[in-house]
Design a protein around this ligand. Structure first.
Ligand code: NAG
Ligand code: NAG
Ligand code: NAG
Length: 353
């Protein structure tokens, strides 16, 4: 009798061991942090928050906020991407995949905390998107620091070099003067020449300084928290030398990011003016809902854009509700970063076009 207790315990343990490890494996899928580009510190910041029990929404905000403070690539946060007038403006979005709530700010000046402003819109208003001066005023009234100057010596220098270079390159088309600073006037073009990205517009010289390997342009992040809830967020200061008033894909739900707890999430980066016409992240999530794996869903969303705009530059990263992830890109090599319980630190994945 005395001997049978340990053996009962042992056999009971052996019986339940596969079950226990099975349960453990399930639990260890989460949390997961996925971000566009090797924005390592941003992923670490989100990971620290979510690993310590933060909600997916709060972890996304911590992650994107870290990128804003570090001014990732000069294209996130204050001090980068001067527009035609030399000003920096921010676009940001956060989306809660549990409630499908979205908060976003667009063309926001005077406030450096884009993603925090987006969360304030989500949490303290019934709106989805605030733009321009109104977004700044709302963010400041809800407690964010400001008004402040978002220019930096770098952005000011970049802008003066551009002015000296006769405001080239820029985003104007079918205007006079064609190769100089404004004021601009529209020119009458016949329908035949009125195609997007004519040869002249599509040259590398025209496009490279605007969106290229050195202007990754957006952090778009997805987090699955310990409860398995998913949230996404983006932050960017937009396209360099954009026309004042331009809003890109960053604050557009379904374009730069999208999340639904039932399915998964998605982040996008690249030529936002083109990409926002296709809502690629909405497409990715809906394709996964229909049963596509993340890789196929990502490739499909990118190829839909490439069919119509063969010269576009962009990428998406998809993550399903189980934490499986994949990226797809067009026109450039894409990298995205992941941290999950099976990794000691952030891992960077490279996706070839
Ligand atoms: C983790 O969460 C606890 C409780 O919310 C908090 O007191 C602590 O400061 C957090 N630690 C970090 C590193 O964020
Ligand atoms: C904003 O900051 C830039 C760069 O430091 C500086 O050149 C500019 O004069 C500042 N603008 C104002 C209105 O203070
Ligand atoms: C997620 O994991 C569960 C359990 O392992 C599995 O049944 C399900 O098919 C997976 N879902 C996806 C979308 O891969």
């Amino acid at each position: 009798m005395a001997r049978s207790y340990p053996s009962i315990i042992l056999s009971t343990l052996l019986l339940f061991l596969p079950l226990l490890t099975g349960v453990e494996a399930e639990a260890k899928k989460f949390p997961v942090v996925v971000s566009t580009w090797p924005f390592i510190e941003a992923v670490r910041a989100a990971w620290r928050a979510v690993d310590n029990g933060s909600s997916a929404v709060d972890a996304v905000v911590e992650g994107c906020s870290a990128c804003e403070q570090l001014r990732c690539d000069g294209t996130v946060g204050p001090g980068g991407s001067p527009n035609e007038k030399g000003e920096t403006m921010l676009d940001a979005l956060v989306m809660d995949g549990v409630t499908m709530e979205v908060g976003a700010v667009a063309a926001m000046r005077y406030v450096k905390d884009g993603i925090r402003a987006a969360r304030l819109v989500m949490k303290h208003s019934q709106h989805t998107l605030l733009a321009g001066e109104g977004a700044s005023a709302f963010a400041i009234s809800m407690g964010l620091p400001g008004p402040m100057n978002l220019s930096s010596p770098e952005s000011v220098n970049k802008w003066s070099d551009w002015k000296e270079n006769r405001c080239q390159p820029n985003f104007r088309k079918n205007v006079v003067p064609a190769n100089d600073c404004g004021p601009y006037k529209p020119i009458d073009v016949s329908r035949e020449v009125l195609t997007e990205y004519s040869c002249e517009m599509g040259t590398a010289e025209y496009r490279l300084p605007l969106v290229g390997p050195h202007s990754h342009d957006t952090i778009s992040m997805a987090v699955i928290d310990k409860m398995g809830h998913i949230a996404v967020g983006t932050s960017t200061n937009g396209a360099t030398f954009k026309i004042p008033g331009r809003v890109g894909d960053g604050p557009i739900a379904g374009s730069s990011a999208y999340a639904d707890d039932e399915v998964g999430g998605c982040g996008a980066t690249g030529d936002g003016d083109i990409m926002m016409r296709f809502l690629p992240c909405y497409q990715v999530v809906e394709s996964m809902r229909q049963g596509m794996k993340p890789e196929k869903a990502a490739k499909d969303a990118v190829s839909r854009i490439a069919r119509k705009f063969p010269d576009f530059v962009g990428a998406v990263v998809a993550v399903d509700k189980n934490g499986s992830h994949a990226g797809a890109c067009h026109g450039w090599t894409f990298q995205y970063s992941v941290q999950s319980p099976d990794m000691d630190d952030v891992q960077v994945f490279t996706v070839l076009p």
